[in-house]
Write a protein that binds this ligand. Structure first.
Ligand SMILES: *Cc1c(COP(=O)(O)O)cnc(C)c1O
Length: 417
């Protein structure tokens, strides 16, 4: 069981803060994402406390959970945003984040997205190639602007995590290769509409070992030093995101303080502002996916299945990354049964748990798929004609519908016969 102050049993009923999940399912239907506002605030405060001694700016990586109310909750606390596309920039602005707190990133920015970012006057754009630097320079020139840019460096550090979420390795598409840096630095003299303000990296996601950050930071610092000798006045060093969370109580994440302990002594003496871009860390454990058991069945091998009304269309992480999510029953059961929890989608990879001890809940009861706040709702799709689920945010005893369930009309509204 995943212990949390924000999702806990009151009597025999699983609650979010002071609200019973049973009640939420009755009111809003299932599948339903339930987010604890207090959990978001708590995670942000723990992160800020850990890095308190270091002058820094935390930019929430919007792609982890782009719900407007999630962005708003974090930005009200002073957090900025790291956005990855025109769409995410639009979301951050709609949520009320001020542009000087937004960093515009992305490995393949289109010209219209660069225009949008420059016209919105974001804090900086992060560039990932020489060609992109030229493109930003040209567009900034056309708009009569001087663009603040950071360059994203590929530090060639292979962080131990799932291969689909390692990003700081030379095999991957992200960032500018170290060997290209001399050309990048000399290119700036030909790009009058750019101002180099930052150096950036992001080595991957769900990284348990602080040593990977240290190895990459050592490289970033060497580049920082070289840039200084070339006369660049770098204001920001961006360490990226990737800080880990606990999905499986048997594999607890390294506490954020362990990262801070190692990073602060390296970064503090530099006298620059450090940027962090946590995504998962701030949101993963703030939400659960609430789903109803439709059917239970078994086969001749004795294998048991719980067929539920949510699937990979709402939470694709198990299918995509073989990731673990705890599954709890909303009504507490002492007894468990070894079973697979599967969704209704026509794919064999459509499961939440395989061969796992699941609470002995009956058909019609509710299950909560825990830790569903990051890379869950944002990856939901209409595959199999599914309607994207509703999302609610709980604050103490208050409940707010922060995303309505999609309708059948919305499913076809952009199509023409
Ligand atoms: C995805 C991403 C992040 C956030 O990663 P988490 O593992 O969710 O913290 C930060 N920075 C960049 C550039 C990213 O692509």
């Amino acid at each position: 069981m995943l212990d949390s102050n924000f999702f806990h049993y009151t009597g025999t009923t699983l609650c979010c803060d002071e609200v019973s999940l049973e009640e939420l399912a009755t009111t809003f239907g299932t599948p339903l994402f339930v987010t604890s506002r207090r959990s978001l605030i708590d995670s942000y405060q723990i992160f800020e406390l850990a890095f308190k001694l270091l002058p820094h700016f935390t930019c929430y990586s919007v792609k982890a959970n782009y719900n407007l109310s999630v962005i708003r909750t974090l930005s009200e606390l002073g957090c900025g945003c790291d956005v990855n596309s025109g769409g995410e920039l639009y979301r951050a602005l709609q949520a009320g984040v001020s542009p000087e707190k937004i960093i515009f990133a992305g490995v393949g920015k289109r010209a219209d997205e660069i225009v949008y970012a420059l016209q919105s006057e974001v804090l900086m754009l992060k560039a990932e190639s020489l060609s992109e630097l030229r493109a930003i320079d040209r567009i900034a020139g056309e708009l009569g602007k001087r663009a603040a840019v950071a360059i994203r460096i590929n530090p060639n550090v292979t962080a131990e995590t799932h291969p689909y979420i390692t990003t700081g390795d030379s095999k991957e598409k992200f960032g500018i290769d170290e060997l290209e840096l001399p050309s990048v630095f000399s290119l700036f003299s030909q790009l009058p509409n750019l101002k180099l303000v930052g150096l950036d990296m992001h080595i991957g996601s769900q990284i348990f070992d602080p040593e990977f950050y240290l190895a990459a930071t050592v490289k970033l610092l060497a580049i920082f030093k070289a840039s200084k000798e070339l006369g660049f006045a770098i204001e920001f060093l961006d360490i990226g995101g990737g800080f880990p969370v606990t999905y499986d109580p048997l594999k607890p994440a390294t506490p954020i303080e362990c990262f801070a302990e190692k990073l602060i002594p390296m970064l503090l003496p530099l006298g620059v502002k450090v940027i962090f871009e946590p995504g998962r860390y701030l949101v993963a454990n703030a939400s659960v996916l609430l789903t109803r058991i439709l059917y239970k069945k078994s086969n001749h091998t004795g294998k048991q299945f719980f067929v539920v009304d949510a699937g990979m269309t709402e939470l694709i992480r198990p299918a995509l990354y073989q990731s673990h999510h705890e599954v709890q029953s909303v009504t507490f059961h002492d007894e468990t049964v070894v079973a697979d929890v599967v969704g209704p989608i026509c794919e064999s990879s459509d499961f939440f748990a395989r061969h796992r001890a699941i609470p002995q809940a009956e058909e019609g009861e509710l299950l909560a798929v825990m830790s569903s706040g990051a890379y869950a709702a944002v990856m939901s799709s209409n595959y199999n004609g599914r309607l994207r689920p509703a999302e609610v945010m709980v604050n103490g005893s208050e409940v707010k519908l922060v995303r309505k369930r999609e309708t059948l009309e919305q499913l076809v509204q952009n199509e023409r016969l």
